[in-house]
Design a protein around this ligand. Structure first.
Ligand code: ADP
Length: 396
């Protein structure tokens, strides 16, 4: 039984076709530069196929995805009808969605209604949903929200200390993101430890271009570092994370820039890119730091210090800590960052084995044998969670 997973961004559309009988990936790919010119990268076990195609909009990109899946040479399907369902990543579900749902007209309207909380993300997600409706009419579709896993947070974790009327009027509060990833790696982590989630306090660290940490107590999200938008919390590739809110007004006045320009500055030109002036990519940063670039060193120091600080905060919030789980591009691959973060946490009983920490690409407990708090590396798989949820919601 085949499920197509779609992750539509403003100018891109990522896809994965999974066979849910054995959860294998039949094909995956990416349409990029939608609305500009258009480029397709399509991968199957037969190899990688890349091509330039005109993609004026997401509808055109979706047609190209389906053509690729059906292609005589690099395709994997005989007919479109083999796709039994489509699962979509939807970034913001606001307070309306605490779980994945089948997409109906009402659900589509509700996703649209929370779009003002995620103006960069929800509109392209909706475009992806509509493109699938257009090309696969009648095929059921499911929305899987980045925010849903965090809807279990208590009020004390999600309320901002601002006028309560602003929460009531505009729903300004912490929502959190990367929920699909946090939920998956917390469950995988518990499995790796051979213990039920019901007896574990875990901090999951999703360290990719976007960075967020989550306090998972008994399998439930009780706090997370991203806020109303994915700008809050840790220092990220290009996002500033936590900052004194007064800085925003100060910069706007000093630089004579608009609110929109200030938003762009904090979202796109800050984080480790902003500090280092080198790159948002940790491989470039690491190379620059090794070459003696002091700002690259400072950027990596800020990054690791904040991750460690948030782990400590969540250990306090949960009144305990059994395991720390690292995931996503940096968390899975950068042993240097893991080592730096863990060096701050020895007081908690964290101790890692350098030989295990040097390994890559597999789920692993990298703790020293006597460590009180376990440290795990777990590759995330958001597409698999979306496909599983799609299957479950539709009772396939
Ligand atoms: P996204 O949030 O876009 O899904 P990823 O999870 O792919 O991001 O993470 C991207 C980050 O992972 C980049 O900063 C990249 O430098 C880092 N990364 C990927 N591979 C490595 C590696 N081998 N060593 C260090 N960092 C890596």
């Amino acid at each position: 039984m085949y499920v197509l997973v779609i992750n539509a961004g403003s100018s891109s559309l990522k896809y994965q076709l999974l066979n849910m009988t054995d959860e294998s990936v039949l094909a995956k790919g990416l349409c990029e530069r939608i609305g500009i010119d258009g480029r397709l990268v399509h991968e199957t076990d037969k190899g990688k196929h890349t091509a330039d195609h005109a993609m004026p909009d997401h509808g055109a990109a979706m047609a190209i995805v389906l053509d690729s899946l059906l292609d005589a040479n690099h395709g994997v399907l005989k007919s479109k009808a083999e796709i039994k369902a489509v699962g979509h990543r939807v970034v913001h579900g606001g307070e309306a969605f605490a779980a994945s749902v089948e997409i109906t007209a009402e659900v589509e309207a509700a996703i649209e209604a929370v779009s003002e909380l995620a103006p960069l993300h929800n509109p392209p997600n909706l475009t992806g949903i509509r493109a699938c409706k257009q090309h696969m009419p009648g095929v059921p579709q499911v929305a899987v929200f980045d925010t849903a896993f965090h809807q279990t947070m208590p009020e004390k974790a999600y309320l901002y200390a601002i006028d309560y009327a602003l929460y009531e009027k505009y729903k300004i509060r912490r929502y959190g993101f990367h929920g699909t990833s946090h939920k998956y790696v917390a469950a995988q982590g518990a499995e790796l430890l051979g213990r039920p989630q019901s007896e574990l306090k875990i901090v999951t660290c999703h360290l990719g271009n976007g960075v967020s940490l989550c306090a998972v107590d008994k399998g439930v999200s009780v706090d997370t570092s991203m806020g109303m938008t994915p700008l809050e919390g840790l220092a990220m590739g290009t996002r500033c994370g936590d900052i004194d809110p007064a800085v925003v007004q100060f910069i706007m006045e000093k630089e004579g820039i608009s609110a929109q320009e200030a938003g762009d500055l904090l979202n796109k030109k800050s984080g480790v890119l902003g500090i280092s002036g080198v790159s948002s990519d940790f491989r470039d940063l690491c190379a620059a730091a090794e070459g003696g670039n002091l700002r690259a060193c400072a950027a990596m120091d800020v990054f690791a210090y904040r991750v460690a600080g948030y782990i400590g905060r969540y250990a306090a919030c949960m009144n305990g800590l059994d395991a720390v789980v690292f995931t996503a591009g940096i968390g899975e691959n950068d042993c240097g960052i893991r080592e730096r973060v863990c060096a701050y946490l020895t007081w908690f009983g964290v101790s890692i084995d350098p030989a295990k920490n040097a390994k890559r690409g597999e789920a692993l407990d990298i703790s020293a044998p006597d460590a009180k708090v376990r440290v795990l590396v777990v590759p995330t798989n958001e597409e698999l969670v979306i496909a599983r949820d799609t299957k479950t919601v539709l009772k396939l």
